[in-house]
Ligand binder design. Sequence first.
Ligand code: MF3
Ligand code: CO
Length: 259
Amino acid sequence: MIVCRSKAEIDKLRRVNQLVAEVLAELRRMAAPGVTTADIDRVAEERVRAAGAEPAFKGYHGYPATVCVSANEQVVHGIPSKRPLVEGDILSIDMGARLDGFFGDCAVTVPIGTVSPQASELLRVTEEALFHGIEAVIGAAIQQHVEAHGFSVVREFVGHGIGTALHEEPQIANYGPGGRGPRLAEGMVLAIEPMVNAGKPAVKVLSDGWTAVTRDGSLSAHFEHAVVVSAEGREILTLLPADAARAAGRALSGAPTEA
Ligand code: MF3
Ligand code: CO
């Protein structure tokens, strides 16, 4: 069953998703050469708890940390470690939190210092694909944008409804064919999260049971926003007011609805 949320519930979802976005903005600023992903995880957990919220991923099916940090050929669900980031890495930082019974979830892939032209194109195209997907809420729109740039969409992981659980119905594939999903209705809250590989789409999970990597070793990027379907269009719950103008430039047409 897909739940349509009331205004009061959406207010709570907005609060927790804005918190996640604010913490993520701080984490992306600290992601630099020499910093470890364990350092990033520690700050993430401190900030989430200081706001009276709880990490959503820690303990979820035994996941051990507050953030997922996936570098370079890692696609998603990388576990924080003591390895320092190095110039030229790309790093996906994915974080969820729970506040007042409701969940937030957001991911961004950031360049560490100066990165290769291919890496920066991959980041740009993946974030653009996310905004195409937010407008259409059709995986086919994501896939079309990604493949037009010579990249590929990961099939094994999908977006999801989000509310009083981290993962609710429906599942949201990042690929087509379109036109088969449930009808959109006002009050649905969806986390849309394309994962895009520079090479082939195949992934495998490492022996830690979590870290997904590209089979061909190519770079991978991941961006995620939580979005409400409203009468006026879409409201991106994880978009900070300061980032709204930049996001408008990533969209297919017009500006995304602001919080
Ligand atoms: N954003 C990811 C998702 O929605 C991260 C989940 S990590 C996990 O699936 F540990 F919670 F599984
Ligand atoms: Co998610």
